[in-house]
Design a protein around this ligand. Structure first.
Ligand code: PRT
Ligand code: MG
Length: 236
């Protein structure tokens, strides 16, 4: 009886005139360290969010922020859409390259944040006549981490290619005879140049997008919308 009464008074306290505002929903933001985190910091600042620690020096994977209703988790760039898709994070920042490979299931992509910009390119060894190979209908071996993107691109051109999946250092493949071409991201072009490669075709411009879990946008709209608005104003 006493316990029942205690429970009731706790309930009454929570919903009394002093507590009509429900506790704010916790928002989890998924970011990858490196260029995405670095370039997202000013956007977070515009939304009044600052992490308590720098992911480059901290080993923590969950970072608290100056706001008790917002935390940041640090994950691999390619894993950001997965965390957001399953609702382990409500919001995330991911490159268009990563989103195209993921497929975007369960995600809203309301904003192009225009950060971490680069281009998805086809590149070959200097001296390799790519246009001639295309004209002749040669069957090229193409090494890439971006298999979906590459498949769609070459299918769109009506080219038959053999795709070889790699997980990094694609620039090496044409140099050692693994492939005639690569599909990779290029920003300054220094990496291609340093390895005797050149870009021969642009597939698409790439930048990072804000992504939101579809259920979170409905269930936590009061908390998510101000973040979305602040990001939108900061990039305008
Ligand atoms: O590095 P890690 O294996 O942990 O993961 P990741 O490469 O997926 O993450 P990260 O942080 O390197 O990249 C995150 C996102 O930044 C990518 O998903 C892209 O959307 C974006 N971005 C922008 C880039 C680049 N620019 C870029 N230049 N991602 C990678 N690169 C690489 C490129 O693959 C190549 O190896 O940089 C090299 C070329 O750079 P330049 O300047 O020499 O042309
Ligand atoms: Mg990288």
């Amino acid at each position: 009886m006493l316990r029942k009464r205690a429970k009731f008074s706790l309930f009454a306290l929570q919903f009394s005139a002093f507590r009509i505002v429900p506790p704010a929903a916790l928002i989890t933001i998924a970011l990858s360290k490196g260029r995405i985190f670095d370039e997202a910091v000013p956007l977070l600042a515009a939304a009044g969010v600052a992490t308590s620690e720098d992911p480059e020096t901290s080993r923590k994977l969950i970072l608290s922020t100056n706001r008790s209703d917002v935390r940041v988790i640090i994950v691999r760039a390619t894993d950001v859409p997965t965390y957001v898709q399953y609702g382990a994070a409500d919001v995330g920042v991911a490159g268009k390259d990563v989103l195209d490979e993921h497929g975007g299931r369960g995600l809203y992509q309301p904003l192009d944040l225009k950060i971490a910009r680069c281009r998805m390119m086809v590149a070959v060894k200097e001296g390799f006549d790519y246009q001639q190979a295309v004209r002749q209908g040669a069957r090229l071996r193409v090494a890439t981490k971006y298999v979906q993107t590459a498949r769609e691109h070459f299918a769109g051109k009506g080219m038959h290619v053999d795709l070889i999946r790699l997980y990094g250092s694609m620039e090496l493949a044409p140099l050692v005879g693994l492939a005639e071409a690569i599909v990779d991201l290029v920003s300054t072009g220094h990496t291609l140049k340093a390895n005797g490669l050149c870009a021969v075709e642009e597939i698409a411009p790439v930048s990072a997008r804000l992504i939101i879990n579809q259920a979170a946008l409905k269930l936590k709209r009061d908390a998510v919308q101000p973040l979305l608005d602040a990001f939108g104003r900061a990039i305008a």
